[in-house]
Design a protein around this ligand. Structure first.
Ligand code: SF4
Length: 171
């Protein structure tokens, strides 16, 4: 089975910060001859992928799998507000699968977590991606203060130096 490691319930994005300049999703859509699709934010046919079952009734995505979410979009994009609750319901239902969520829109994370999030879902890792010091200074305090069982940070595409030791000195 292909593409088991990512789940893209929606596709398309709006460029948000400096690190989006060479977004690979735009490049891939161009390579596939569908450049117009990159800026059009749409719900995909894969929306219910974690719930799909085979003929025997087993989940096609087995327990224990790690799924990277929205690798061709951003989970906290405004245009996806209409679909996010359903995404969370699927994630909650598949508590046996791990979901890796990566965003540049850190400031939208807290207000767009599910109502029963509490200290976080055990099967979800929230991650920010930072491309330079400005992005790090903006996004790291948000991630630090948000409740989550698992957190991570991705420093890419690294287009400028980042001094992570500045993190808590700035406050
Ligand atoms: S937020 Fe991510 S998916 Fe959206 S344009 Fe930027 S790099 Fe691409």
């Amino acid at each position: 089975m292909s593409d088991l490691k990512s789940w893209n319930p929606w596709h398309g994005c709006r460029k948000f910060s400096e690190g989006c300049a060479n977004c690979y999703m735009f490049a891939l859509d161009r390579a596939h001859g569908v450049p117009g699709q990159s800026g059009e934010i749409v719900r995909t046919k894969s929306f219910s992928k974690p719930l799909e079952r085979d003929r025997k009734g087993y989940f096609k995505i087995p327990a224990g799998y790690l799924l990277r979410v929205n690798m061709t979009s951003d989970t906290f994009l405004e245009e996806a507000d209409q679909w996010r609750d359903e995404m969370w319901r699927i994630i909650r239902y598949r508590s046996d699968v791990r979901f890796y969520i990566l965003t540049k829109r850190a400031r939208r994370m807290a207000e767009n977590l599910p109502g029963d999030w509490g200290e976080g879902y055990d099967n979800v890792q929230l991650n920010i991606t930072c491309e330079n010091q400005r992005a790090f200074d903006e996004r790291w305090p948000v991630l630090r203060d948000i409740p989550a069982r698992h957190k991570g940070m991705n420093l890419s595409p690294l287009i400028g130096p980042i001094d992570v030791s500045r993190a808590d000195r700035n406050e």
